[in-house]
Ligand binder design. Structure first.
Ligand code: GLY
Ligand code: MN
Ligand code: MN
Length: 444
């Protein structure tokens, strides 16, 4: 059962409807079941917008929000109860359950949507939907509109305005409520434990997938149905491939391993990266790069507070990393000139973070009116600077090549600064080496 209270879903729907113009309707489909191969399905994951407004976990469902509708503003189309199908595939809420358990004012069988929904749209001036993100649903929506248009001579009034729902809804999703932060803390804590276990289990001779198995074990044990995204377990030079997911190379002493993985609880993501040595001890070069990334991350945390803008944390990481790369002899020149020419991008080619929430790269605008967004309490984001020295970068001394380091934590903006949700995984060189040494003693 969802950790988000039923009343909160109702509040979200009310808040959205309060922003919709009068005489409008919002229509959102549930995520479709995705086929993996032949008759095997991917694990079902509800669409985040749909989940946010309903908490309703089933496929083949459509939400209609109709402010001011006399017979109820929240209409849910969903599958009918069916003893035969439920025997094979599991229970369904049915229309009764939609009303009783999920707070719908009115519920209809999804099989009847073509007959019923045009009547609900009729007379409404504006339709809000996630236009463009689901071409199949866009086409069905136009079919329903055309049903109304075909009856125009009988006095039916089709809507004239079609507006993307994203702006209103995604702005709401950007601000996390206390209940959402609580779930995100839980997901973060489980993921933190998973990273600790992977560090403890790490040995030369194992494979990247051996550590992925440790992560998956802790995710599942903690109640997570799945990772929030494909786990990255990248040893040695694989760490320089930003979205590496092959996870099948052997772990070798002398290499670092970069793990970027987080679980999902109740459709809320966590997203942690740690980088540590296979042997349990950092080399001098690995330590130098690692501590530079850690300094950059700390500088970013210092720039996350209400009133600071989205880009300040990123700028702080660029400054620290550029200064450090000059100090280590990996970049040559005057720091400000190197920052102006974005010289860091040869080593640090992504941004310092992204919004985090129901989607790992969560919704919400980064700029408003052309200006970087100003941070406010309740916004959740990642802080993830990295340095990746390409194995074939002949501009730098050989000893540096193939080192890839990222350190990533999840934070929520608070009234005074930010709360780090993922502090349960060690991060300093000394802490990581101590944790790994203790794990080796235990088995010795
Ligand atoms: N794991 C994806 C990211 O860190 O953004
Ligand atoms: Mn990540
Ligand atoms: Mn991330």
């Amino acid at each position: 059962m969802s950790h988000i209270p039923k009343a909160e879903y109702a509040r979200r729907r009310k808040a959205l409807m309060a922003q919709m113009v009068p005489d409008s309707i919002a229509i959102l489909p549930a995520a479709a079941v995705a086929i993996r191969n032949r008759d095997v399905e991917h694990v079902y994951r509800q669409d985040s917008d749909f989940q946010y407004l309903s908490g309703f976990p089933e496929p083949e469902a459509v939400i209609a929000l109709i402010p001011g509708r006399e017979h109820g503003e929240y209409v849910l189309f969903c599958r009918e109860r069916n003893p035969e199908r439920e025997l094979w595939d599991g229970l369904r809420a049915g229309q009764e359950g939609a009303i009783r358990d999920y707070g719908a004012d009115d519920a209809f069988p999804i099989a009847d949507i073509d007959e019923i929904l045009p009547g609900l749209i009729e007379g409404r001036e504006r339709v809000y939907s996630a236009m463009g993100s689901n071409p199949e649903f866009d086409r069905r929506l136009m079919d329903w509109i055309n049903v109304i248009r075909s009856k125009a001579r009988l006095g039916a009034q089709p809507p004239n305005e079609f507006v993307a729902l994203d702006h209103l809804l995604h702005d709401m999703r950007l601000y996390k409520s206390a209940a959402e932060v609580k779930v995100m803390r839980q997901a973060a804590a489980i993921s933190a434990r998973a990273h600790v276990r992977a560090m403890q289990a790490c040995r030369a001779g194992l494979h990247e997938f051996s550590l992925e198995a440790e992560l998956d074990y802790v995710f599942r044990q903690g109640g997570a149905k799945m990772p929030a995204y494909g786990s990255i377990v990248a040893a040695g030079r694989n760490a320089c491939i930003l979205h590496y997911q092959q996870n099948d190379a052997p772990l070798k002493n002398g290499d670092l391993v970069l793990i970027d993985a987080g679980c999902e609880i109740d459709c809320y993501a966590s997203d942690i990266t740690r980088t540590f040595p296979v042997s349990g001890r950092f080399s001098a070069e690995q330590k130098a790069i690692y501590e530079l990334v850690l300094d950059a991350q700390q500088a970013a945390f210092d720039e996350i507070a209400p009133g600071k803008d989205w880009n300040q944390a990123h700028e702080a990481t660029v400054r620290v990393i550029t200064e450090g790369l000059v100090r280590l002899g990996l970049l040559d020149g005057e720091v400000q000139a190197l920052i102006d020419s974005e010289a860091h991008r040869a080593f640090y080619m992504h941004r310092a973070g992204h919004w985090l929430g129901m989607d790992v790269h969560d919704v919400g605008e980064y700029k408003v009116g052309g200006q970087w967004r100003v941070l406010e309490p309740g916004m959740a984001l990642t802080v993830e600077p990295g340095i990746y020295i390409a194995p074939d970068n002949t501009q730098v001394a050989k000893k540096w090549r193939g080192i890839g380091v990222r350190i990533e934590d999840d934070v929520v903006v608070t009234r005074k600064g930010c709360e780090i949700l993922t502090s349960g995984v060690p991060k300093t060189v000394a802490e990581i080496e101590a944790l790994m040494a203790a794990a080796r003693e235990d088995v010795a």
